[in-house]
Design a protein around this ligand. Structure first.
Ligand code: ADP
Ligand code: MG
Length: 549
């Protein structure tokens, strides 16, 4: 197909079309802009971003996944890079910035190859080979770790949390993450599995981070609906209701005409009876605790209290699910259908006062694999950053327990991979070899960016690292706090192998996908401010405001 200099309009008004090199340039640029946005946040000494949403709410973070989630990205190729971060977050729970930065660098290197007239198909196939070879090298280089090596797990958790605003209590939090994961791990068909859904994180402002605790069960940030209800129930039988304990307001707007006082009385009595019947039903199946997702009428509250039942209303749907899982209860959608077999059990349901607020603790649950982390801290913003750090820590500990393999952090594994790939490249010929080498070079973006973000000289450090790796110092990376090249295992900077494996996999897949597109046909404008096209060099990169970010 002939390459067009100008976008040609073949669609209706407002449509856009980009063909050939123009399409590639535009897509590569869009992807790179996303990557550049998060790049400055990589590593413990990365910078923070302040995100302000349309409601004026502020989040300050250096968490790649959070940044990309909050940004309203419209360009389709840019979205593909955001997808890389999402996949990383789902599959590993950490390494989102790493994955996106690698994708950006792969795109940058491919641009150079395209400029040298290497066909995009060749670049794509070279990248594919490189990604597979990288995976092989990575697996060979990974080190086995024992699930009982708590010391090692703690180091891994701490590496994930470094620089996330939780330094002060890193050891407390690291230990919480390791303990929580160890609680929920189970052996399925001879393999360790961790379902991180079982670890619920609950936040309460007040106290200090060191007061954060691990609870064997579920915490609900609500209080019992009536002060006449018991605060504490042992050996609780728990009913979960997805429906309100109220008499439905007349659904249509039909008026009820009350013509005489007796009729009013009857009407009220009828309502009272219905509420009484609901409570009786709950009592008859043997429930001693009720969690209701909707409202509970005042009168129903009164009857429940009289029967000594502890009830909580307007429980979040996600909490209902967690309760169902932990207590073995089935969520009932109709009170009439409630049966004894629907009830769940917990050794203790207890209302506790935390920083002046009541919270319900459901402990010693039927399923001991449900745990909660109660995070404490001075301010809302601080607790939120602690939560993100802890979430990453839980993710990495879980990955390591499941896979049992680790690599050295601080850019060490990336340098080693780059070296290995360069050796492999020599087995291939011509242009494919160029692409594999480009892929190898691209991986060096991690140590380079770690150095840059720490204000260190990336050029000198990279030269030093390359020569160290040449002389078989496989685990040498950058200690961003001292600025020296050190053995990262000795420095305790350790990551699950899965972080790198997944980052390389999704970064290369999305880059290849972008490279294979030679025609973009859009029904309308490609989102507010598609990136500037084919400007001189990458000069347009600074202009991020253009992406609607
Ligand atoms: P990501 O979203 O990719 O996890 P982070 O901002 O968490 O991004 O940075 C992770 C990178 O920081 C990894 O390459 C990791 O090895 C590195 N890192 C963590 N702690 C240290 C440290 N103390 N010294 C050097 N590098 C570190
Ligand atoms: Mg991280």
């Amino acid at each position: 197909m002939a390459q067009m200099k100008q976008p040609m309009s073949v669609t209706e008004d407002g449509g856009q079309r980009f063909i050939g090199r123009d399409a590639q340039r535009m897509n590569i640029l869009a992807g790179r802009i996303v990557s550049e946005t998060v790049k400055t946040t990589l590593g413990p000494r990365g910078m923070d971003k302040m995100l302000v949403d349309s409601m004026g709410d502020v989040v300050i973070t250096n968490d790649g996944a959070t940044i990309l989630k909050e940004m309203d990205i419209a360009h389709p190729a840019a979205k593909m890079i955001v997808e890389v971060a999402k996949t990383q977050d789902d599959e590993v729970g950490d390494g989102t910035t790493t994955a996106v930065v690698i994708a950006g660098e792969l795109l940058k290197k491919s641009e150079i190859l395209l400029d040298q007239n290497v066909h995009p198909t060749v670049v794509a196939s070279g990248y594919k080979i490189a990604a597979e070879e990288a995976d092989t090298i990575l697996k060979k280089m990974a080190i086995k770790v024992d699930i009982n090596d708590s010391d090692m797990l703690l180091k891994i958790a701490n590496t994930a949390m470094t620089g996330k605003g939780a330094e002060k209590a890193k050891d407390t939090l690291g230990k919480l993450a390791v303990d929580a994961v160890k609680q929920v791990v189970e052996k399925v068909n001879g393999k360790w599995e961790v379902d991180t859904e079982n670890i619920k994180i609950e936040k309460k402002v007040g106290g200090s981070v060191e007061d954060s605790t691990l609870i064997q069960g579920i915490i609900i940030d609500k209080e019992r609906v009536h002060s006449g209800m018991p605060e504490r129930i042992n050996n609780a039988k728990i009913a979960l209701l997805a429906t309100a304990m109220e008499v439905k307001e007349t659904e249509t707007d039909a008026e009820i005409r009350i013509t005489d006082p007796e009729m009013l009385q009857r009407f009220i009595e009828q309502e009272e009876n219905m509420l009484k019947k609901m409570v009786d039903k709950i009592k008859s199946v043997g429930a001693t605790v009720v969690f209701c997702q909707k409202g509970i009428d005042d009168l129903a509250q009164h009857y429940l209290a009289k029967d000594g039942i502890l009830a909580v209303r307007r429980v979040k749907k996600s909490d209902m699910k967690a309760l169902a899982r932990a207590t073995g209860a089935r969520i009932a959608t109709k009170i009439d259908d409630l049966e004894e077999s629907d009830l769940g059990t917990a050794g203790l349901v207890d209302e506790k006062r935390i920083s002046g607020d009541e919270m319900i603790f459901v402990e010693k649950c039927k399923d001991p694999k449900s745990v909660s982390l109660l995070l404490r801290g001075g301010t809302e913003h601080f607790i939120e950053s602690v939560e993100r750090a802890l979430d990453d820590a839980v993710g990495v500990v879980a990955s390591v327990i499941e896979d049992g393999t680790i690599v050295a952090g601080g850019g060490a594994s990336d340098m080693e991979l780059a070296k290995g790939l360069k050796d492999v490249a020599d087995k291939y010929s011509g242009r494919e070899q160029l692409a594999i080498k480009a892929f190898a070079d691209a991986l060096e973006v991690i140590p380079r960016t770690l150095a840059e973000n720490a204000g260190l000289d990336p050029i000198d450090l990279l030269v030093e690292l390359r020569s160290l790796h040449e002389s078989n110092k496989k685990n040498f990376g950058i200690d961003v706090f001292t600025g020296k090249a050190v053995d990262m295992f000795e420095a305790g900077v350790i990551e699950p192998m899965r972080i790198k494996e997944q980052a390389i996999k999704s970064a290369s897949e999305s880059t290849i996908m972008i490279l294979r597109i030679d025609d973009v046909i859009a029904a309308s404008d490609l989102g507010h401010g598609a990136p500037p096209m084919g400007g001189p060099g990458m000069g347009g990169m600074g202009d991020m405001g253009d992406m609607g970010m």
